[in-house]
Design a protein around this ligand. Structure first.
Ligand code: SAM
Length: 283
């Protein structure tokens, strides 16, 4: 089976011939620009024979490039029709493994992961999947993914910018985030309604986050209109009941915060320090 991944017309004809439909709910947009596909694989910069997890291989355009570079590919795909095509194309290749089903549910059974993560991610799960990897400690050495432009901006945002969110802090807790390039709609078939962006994430030196860091982060960003003090108090009340008021005051003072600050102004280090203070309270 020879597939022309570079032409919308050829892909449409192939899908028709194979009686395959496109499923909007799975965020299916094929990257039909060969130059961009090559650039993304280059940016991953994975040495031959290293293991790469590819999320959402689709019809295998990028999978083919990764395998041709001598990489060992574990591909996670949900669409049964695409799974059939991927098996036809690559099941003879000893460097290819296909994991069928929802990557959100399947990935944890395949640990330890390789050092690399790659993919033109399905936009409906991109942020949730990356967050899940980080929160569960599955940190890759290097990641190259294509995501919705807004998601990429949130990933790379710094404190004080309008795009800054708990997801920005989460990404910064594990990675240096570098936006690579905007990918215009016409590089995809079918064209998505939104612009896309490729992003590179490079693993930071491990610094060890207490388990409370992640729920705390979500809690402090949960109500943007509220101050740190109010969000922190709500969070502590669910853990320390009536002692929460006093503990909240202690933690704020230990961290040189007066409580009127808002989460979107705090850097990663401030969240880490708050999490460590709460962690110490449990001893
Ligand atoms: N990699 C291909 C390319 O660039 O041309 C296709 C990328 S397309 C944006 C996203 C792919 O992810 C589709 O193949 C879709 O079926 C798959 N997908 C969507 N949701 C998924 C999920 N929860 N788990 C695994 N794969 C998923």
């Amino acid at each position: 089976m020879i597939l022309n991944y570079n032409s919308a017309q050829a892909l449409r004809a192939f899908l028709e011939q194979e009686h395959l439909g496109m499923q909007k709910k799975f965020g299916q947009n094929f990257l039909i620009n060969p130059q961009i596909r090559n650039d993304l694989v280059q940016a991953l910069d994975a040495p031959c024979e290293s293991e790469v997890w590819e999320i959402g291989p689709g019809l295998g355009a990028m999978t083919d490039l990764l395998l041709k570079k001598g990489l060992i590919v574990k591909a996670f795909e949900i669409d049964n029709g695409f799974i059939r095509v991927l098996k036809d194309l690559f099941s003879d290749n000893k460097n290819f493994t296909l994991v069928e089903g929802d990557a959100m549910k399947t990935w944890s059974a395949h640990l330890p992961a390789g050092k690399y993560l790659f993919g033109n991610l399905p936009y409906n799960i991109a942020a949730a999947l990356l967050a899940d990897f980080i929160e569960k400690g599955n940190i890759f050495s290097r990641i190259v993914v294509t995501v919705q432009r807004e998601v990429a901006l949130r990933m790379a945002a710094r404190a004080g910018s309008p795009d800054y969110s708990s997801f920005s802090v989460l990404c910064a807790s594990a990675y240096k985030v570098k936006p690579l390039t905007v990918i215009h709609r016409d590089s995809f078939y079918p064209q998505p309604n939104v612009e896309s962006m490729a992003v590179l994430l490079e693993k930071k030196e491990a610094c060890g986050y207490p388990a409370v860091f992640y729920p705390l982060l979500r809690a402090l960003f949960s109500s943007r209109r509220k101050t740190i003090k109010n969000n922190l108090l709500t969070f502590l009340s669910s853990r320390f009941n009536r002692q929460a008021q006093g503990i909240c005051a202690d933690i704020l003072s230990q961290n040189n915060l007066n409580g009127s600050e808002r989460a979107e102004r705090l850097e990663l280090e401030a969240f880490l320090s708050l999490a460590k203070s709460i962690d110490n309270m449990r001893i």
